[in-house]
Write a protein of this length. Structure first.
Lengths: 141, 141
DNA sequence: TATTAAATAGGAATAGTTCTTATTTAAGAT
DNA sequence: ATCTTAAATAAGAACTATTCCTATTTAATA
């Protein structure tokens, strides 16, 4: 059932359906935490012990090109990936380096309106992302 | 005169005044373009041909720790540095990868007010940064 | 089932950054 | 002005994340 879901997703993007790609998609779907390539590998290896690291990177690159996945900017210089494509922002925890999604349509509205009114000269905006930096309350960690 | 300025800045942060640190500060002051460590080295080497790469990295790390410099998140996995500490946002050019500063106090006000009203549960906000993604008009490039 | 372009494994290569250690130096004490 | 010492630096090795290379395998289609 879910396997099929991933297959369809790949077909939709005109990609051949391979076990490796399916596995990476599955990993992205389950690792909600903006995983690094390495975390994805850890997950994928469970069921695909022979997968090569290069394949994971290649696959992720392909997904990014096809717009199925986004890269997430971090301050540590390791790439992280995000399978959620709906417009959202990120909460960055300074202490734990955890990155969490933040959805807020009202905020998006405000931003869009603001930049419609106040254009930036010589710059065409395609997207706006907030990095909300701070710390999670200790209780929740 | 300016050399002295850098010296004082270092003293203010309780750092020994060395030619290497002064040179890196000078580079950061002149390379407005959110330079990478490599660009900084290129600049510094002009007057300090013997400076070691490691020293530049170490120095930058020290400056970041002391809060004299910020790291800038990028999507390419290379670290970039920013000597401007005033609250500001960044314009990311998708085509050229240029990163430019964007100052807008009105926008900051709006954001601060918005998040005062609408708190994020379990998260204490320390800073908010906008990544404004798009392209510069070709004329200006 | 055969064909073929595309995908993968495996490992080497690269780039950016950090680490290690012997040597040098800035800054305070004498 | 010189001595002392902890801190900073040079030089290059080591490490890590990522990309590249190529022979082999495979998915999709005929």
């Amino acid at each position: 059932m879910t396997k099929e879901k991933y297959g369809n997703k790949l077909k939709d993007s005109n990609l051949k359906v391979t076990p490796q790609r399916t596995a990476v998609l599955e990993a992205l779907d389950n690792l909600k935490d903006h995983p690094t390539a390495d975390k994805i590998k850890e997950y994928v290896v469970k069921n695909n012990p022979n997968i090569a690291v290069g394949t994971i990177y290649k696959t992720l690159e392909t997904f990014v090109e096809k717009g199925m996945v986004n890269r997430v900017k971090t301050e540590e210089g390791v790439m992280r990936y995000d399978a959620i494509l709906d417009r959202h922002h990120h909460l960055y925890c300074e202490e734990t380096k955890r990155i969490e999604d933040f959805f807020d349509d009202e905020l998006n509205e405000i931003l869009i309106k603001y930049f419609e009114k106040k254009k930036i000269s010589n710059f065409a905006i395609k997207d706006i992302k907030l990095q909300i930096i701070g710390t999670f309350d200790s209780k929740k960690n």
